[in-house]
Design a binder for this molecule. Sequence first.
Ligand code: SF4
Length: 222
Amino acid sequence: MSNIDEFIAYLEARKLKPKTNYHLEALKEIQSFVGRKPRILLHVCCVICACWPIEFLKEYFDVSLIYNNSNIYPSEEYTKRLNELKRYLKERYNDSIPLIEAPYDNETYTKDLEIYKDDPEGFRRCFLCYEKRLEEAYAYAEENGFDYFTTVMTFSRQKDSQKINEIGKALMQKYPNTKYFFSDFKKDNGQLKSNEIAEEYCLYKQNYCGCIYSLPNEDLNK
Ligand code: SF4
C-alpha cells in the first residue's frame, strides 16, 4: 500500500470515529476554577495560531508561553516566527506574559521525521511532530510546577485537533502533576477573532507549516 493509499484509508476510518467537542471540555474545566487562576504553560508554534488562544486563556489562567519548535526549517524562518511573536507580546501585552525559548535543533528533528518524509501533510509525520513538541513542552511544565499544559496547535484547520488532544491525554499519564487542558481553539469563531487581531497588528502569516518536508518546492530550491 502506498503512503497516499494509507492516508486515504486513515481519513476514511477517521470519518467514522465519534468526535469529542474539546471546546466544550475546555469550558467545563474552566467552570471548576471558581475564584482562582491556575498557572498554565501554553505551547506556541507561531503568532497567527497563538493570538486568539492567548486572549482566550488570559481570562481564566495565569499564562506563560513556551516556543519549542525545532521542526521549523530553515533557522531564519524559526527566528522570524519567534521575533514576530515577541513583537506581538510587547505591543499587545507590554511584555507581561513570560515566554520560554527552548533550544533549537532542527538537524536532529529533521532526521527523526525523515522516516515519514513522503507522507502527505496531516498524517504520520505530523503525528510524530505533534508528539515530540508536546512531550518536550509538557516535561518542562511538570518540572516547573505548572497546574496545566496545552498547545495552540488545535487552532489550525490543517491539524487534527482530535489527535492532538489524544496525545495530550496520553502525556497526562506520564506527567500526572500537570493537567492537560483540552482545547479546540478554532471553535466559537476562533478563526474570525484571530483574523481581527492579525489585521490590527499586521501579523506575519507564513505560507507553510514548518518542517523541510512541508516547504514549497520553489522555496526549497532557492
Ligand atoms: S507539516 Fe507541520 S506538523 Fe507536519 S511534520 Fe511538518 S512541521 Fe510538523
